[in-house]
Design a protein around this ligand. Structure first.
Ligand code: GUN
Length: 303
């Protein structure tokens, strides 16, 4: 069963040492789970899970992500609202739109695509805090961050939660494992630390001021790279057999994406590794679908 998640790739007749953790395999499983829970909601309440995605301005990468989120909703039969607001949107207009969606019973999840345009960036925290925590499918609201940190039930950030679910589905042990997270962002690094800790890993979080980084990463059974630097994790930083999860997406040429891990070299040392593209990125949207379902379940149970 577990072997179905792995694909040993043959290169020049040599089987590479690391198991390839393919995002599409795990994402399919996670979407299937979301689909089944959505079906149960329809049967019990006669209600379809609904997601609203707000995009402000015309960031091309954000436009692609938002399109993919809408497509995933459509495939699962969710109600989906895409709200495109102009680059010149004011703080007040954006907050009014969030307020409208907070009150809309058809909408169970609200996501404001980041980054916001420059003029709105000073208000990012205010914007994220304006979302009803029960509809906060990004898990970025301080109420949800605090609930996660204290081990209470909450909507969890999609990318780190997707990584955890992938490790579980791939049977990579977290209990008692040394896990090293490289990067301390609010979106990935810090929540990853909390979620690994909740699975009883011994967690170290490294960042730009960390001394002797390679010495620390060489102790790791699990490395999560989320620094945003192309090919930052090199083979000498990895213990043989370690699981290496690459959250980075770096565009190094118009049509060339690479991760934070030097994949070609690290795959010869690691026990399991995610590719970029085709790895963790695919899990994020699947987990957004799961969070939309979870948000609908909570809101409908409260009624
Ligand atoms: N931009 C890049 N990643 C994310 C994400 O996970 N959520 C939101 N809202 N914006 C993003």
């Amino acid at each position: 069963m577990i072997e179905a998640f792995y694909k040993a790739k043959s290169k020049a007749g040599v089987i590479m040492s690391a198991k390839l953790l393919e995002g599409k395999v795990f994402a399919a499983k996670l979407r299937e789970e979301a689909g089944k829970r959505a079906e149960a909601i329809r049967a019990k309440y006669g209600v379809n899970p609904g997601l609203a995605v707000i995009i402000v301005g015309e960031n091309p990468a954000s436009q692609v992500y938002v399109r993919n989120k809408h497509k995933a909703c459509t495939e699962l039969g969710f109600y989906s609202e895409g709200i495109e607001m102009s680059e010149n949107t004011t703080r007040e207009e954006l907050l009014a739109e969030i307020d409208r969606l907070n009150k809309d019973e058809k909408i169970h999840g609200i996501l404001v695509q980041l980054p916001l345009p420059k003029a709105l960036q000073p208000y990012e925290s205010e914007v994220l805090e304006a979302i009803d925590p029960l509809k906060d499918v990004d898990g970025f609201h301080p109420v949800n961050v605090g609930r996660m940190a204290t081990g209470q039930q909450s909507l969890l950030p999609c990318t780190p939660h997707g990584c955890i679910r992938m490790l579980e589905l791939a049977d990579i042990p977290m209990d008692g494992a040394n896990a090293v997270v490289i990067g301390r962002s609010n979106i990935v690094g810090k929540p990853m630390m909390h979620l690994l800790l909740s699975r009883n890993a011994t967690v170290t979080i490294c960042h730009s001021h960390t001394k002797n980084l390679a010495e620390i990463t060489r102790q790791a059974d699990i490395i999560v790279a989320a620094v945003g630097k192309p090919k930052f994790v090199t083979a000498d930083m990895v213990k043989p057999g370690a699981a290496v999860i690459d959250v980075g997406i770096n565009r190094i040429a118009p049509k060339k994406l690479v991760g934070d891990v030097d994949f070609d070299a690290v795959k010869e040392v690691a026990g399991a590794i995610t590719p970029v593209p085709g790895g963790v990125g695919l899990l994020t949207i699947a987990m957004l679908m799961q969070n939309t379902v979870a948000a609908a379940e909570m809101q409908l149970a409260d009624k």
